[in-house]
Design a protein around this ligand. Structure first.
Ligand SMILES: *Cc1c(COP(=O)(O)O)cnc(C)c1O
Length: 481
């Protein structure tokens, strides 16, 4: 007890600590109030460590002497401030093999979109201003023309995301009425987007038709009545029903809807504006195809296959889009000028499909040749092996990537990467978890996936190899400590 009191009294005062060079440096970087707070933290931590140390062991004397120096406390405070200053929104290396990873922010934007967004952030722009007439204009006009051109639709609007697009369309066309959906299409996608719940929130009564695996035209026809507000067709984005199945084609549903004067809403989910087969991927119905087969409205995402910022697009018949725009919900679901600018720039890239795979990162990564990824794996294996040290074996492996975010769920892309495995047999699981935690703790966190006792780093989405290798150097230092 007595020694506890005396050591405590030997802790330098905040003013003394503030006079050290490390504290001066901290004040220059973070400002005096933050530094004073950090010094109080450091002093409190030292006091706690001393208390614990004295109770524990004779070696505590050494520890106490070390902790008590004013410059050590200042350095601790500076280190704490620096660690705390790392932005939460910092870049990570997505080596998960999932190109559009919802938890990692989905699409990485094209340079043109980044430039446009930067201008929109920095400058005033004609967001809702008609430059030709010199009077108030409409927010959507920034992208409406491009959306119509690329989809063949009469009109278009844009909201916060595709979930919002579906909500707005349902609420506008079928509030207080019924919406007919096939049982095989009552989807739940990640992040609690469940079609039946969205319908309830939109004030729409769900009428399920058909069975899980089979829905016929007569099922739709039998459900149409005067209370029907719309027919909804939903892309089964993240699953596939195989075997004894039947779904009614979009064309047939459109014909039925048209004959009954009921609008058809087609939620395409990901939605693509180009024929993906052109880039060596599986053909996915394009938005233009969905429009031309007769859907009255088509909804799709901005940050899935399209490769832009988070957004939800609704394209289709002019009078229906006009009704959506009059719904007060539209105002609550609208998007900001930064994303609108980025969307416009992204859509413009689609005018030149020949160079799209070069300019649009999502497509570039999806279409990246296997040989190119394999070569990257071979180049990087020595640096990674050196960084992880002798406790781990690093090997080039064949693996498979996926597109993610419910886009082309059945498509697997042959890829290449590195497998990191624990050498020896004891404590394998823990060692692998520790390595994966250490990689996530790097200045630029590296996110892989654990599979069959190995940490897999899929290199499909790694474009800056030099930055990756530089970043690994910090792992080496931590391992040696
Ligand atoms: C992804 C998806 C949505 C939701 O889109 P967000 O842009 O994520 O809001 C809705 N419907 C389907 C079919 C989807 O695949």
């Amino acid at each position: 007890m007595e020694s506890g009191t005396s050591t405590r009294s030997r802790i330098p005062s905040v003013d003394e600590i503030l006079k050290t060079p490390a504290a001066h440096q901290a004040v220059a970087g973070f400002g005096r109030p933050r530094v004073v707070e950090a010094i109080r933290h450091a002093a409190a931590a030292a006091r706690r460590a001393m208390g614990a140390g004295e109770a524990a062991a004779p070696g505590a004397e050494v520890l106490a002497a070390d902790i008590l120096a004013a410059d050590v406390l200042a350095a601790n405070a500076l280190a704490w401030l620096e660690a705390d200053a790392r932005p939460n929104a910092r870049a990570v290396f997505n080596l998960t093999g999932t190109v559009l990873h919802t938890n990692l922010g989905r699409a990485v934007l094209a340079e043109a979109a980044i430039d446009a967004a930067t201008v929109a952030m920095r400058e005033a722009l004609a967001l809702e201003f008609d430059l030709a007439q010199g009077r108030r204009g409409e927010r959507d006009s920034m992208v409406r023309g491009l959306l119509c051109e690329l989809t063949g639709a009469e009109d278009a609007t844009v909201v916060n995301n595709n979930a919002a697009a579906v909500l707005l369309a349902l609420n506008t066309l079928a509030k207080g009425k019924e919406a007919i959906v096939s049982r095989g299409e009552l989807i739940e996608i990640g992040g609690a987007f469940r079609m039946p719940e969205i319908m309830a929130r939109a004030g729409v009564r769900l009428v399920e038709v058909g069975t899980t695996n089979r829905t016929h035209e007569k099922d739709y026809a039998g459900a149409i009545n005067p209370k029907t507000g719309l027919i909804l067709k939903v892309h089964t984005s993240n699953y596939r029903i195989e075997g004894f199945t039947k779904a009614v084609s979009g064309k047939a549903i459109a014909a039925l809807a048209g004959a009954s004067h009921v609008p058809l809403l087609n939620d395409l989910g990901s939605g693509t504006l180009v024929d993906l087969a052109r880039y060596g991927l599986t053909h996915e119905q394009t938005v233009a195809e969905a429009v031309s087969e007769g859907a009255d409205l088509v909804t799709f995402s901005g940050d899935k296959l399209l490769g832009g910022p988070q957004a939800g697009f609704i394209v289709g018949r002019r009078e229906l889009i006009a009704r959506l725009n009059r719904n007060p919900m539209k105002r609550a679901l609208r998007i900001d000028k930064i994303r609108l600018a980025a969307i416009e720039a992204t859509l413009r890239l689609y005018r030149d499909p020949d160079r799209l795979a070069e300019r649009l990162p999502t497509l570039r990564m999806m279409a990246r040749p296997l040989a190119d990824i394999e070569a990257a794996a071979t180049r990087l294996v020595p640096a990674v092996a050196a960084a992880v040290g002798p406790d781990f074996a690093a090997d080039v492996i064949a693996c498979t990537s996926q597109i993610g975010s419910g886009s082309l769920p059945a498509e697997v892309l042959p890829s290449a990467g590195l497998a990191l495995r624990v050498v020896g047999t004891r404590g394998k699981g823990r060692a692998l978890a520790a390595l994966s935690a250490a990689l996530r703790a790097l200045d630029r966190p590296v996110i892989g996936r654990i599979e069959n006792d190995a940490l897999i780093l899929d290199l499909r989405c790694l474009e800056d190899e030099a930055a990756f290798v530089r970043n690994l150097a910090t792992l080496q230092r931590e391992e040696r400590r």
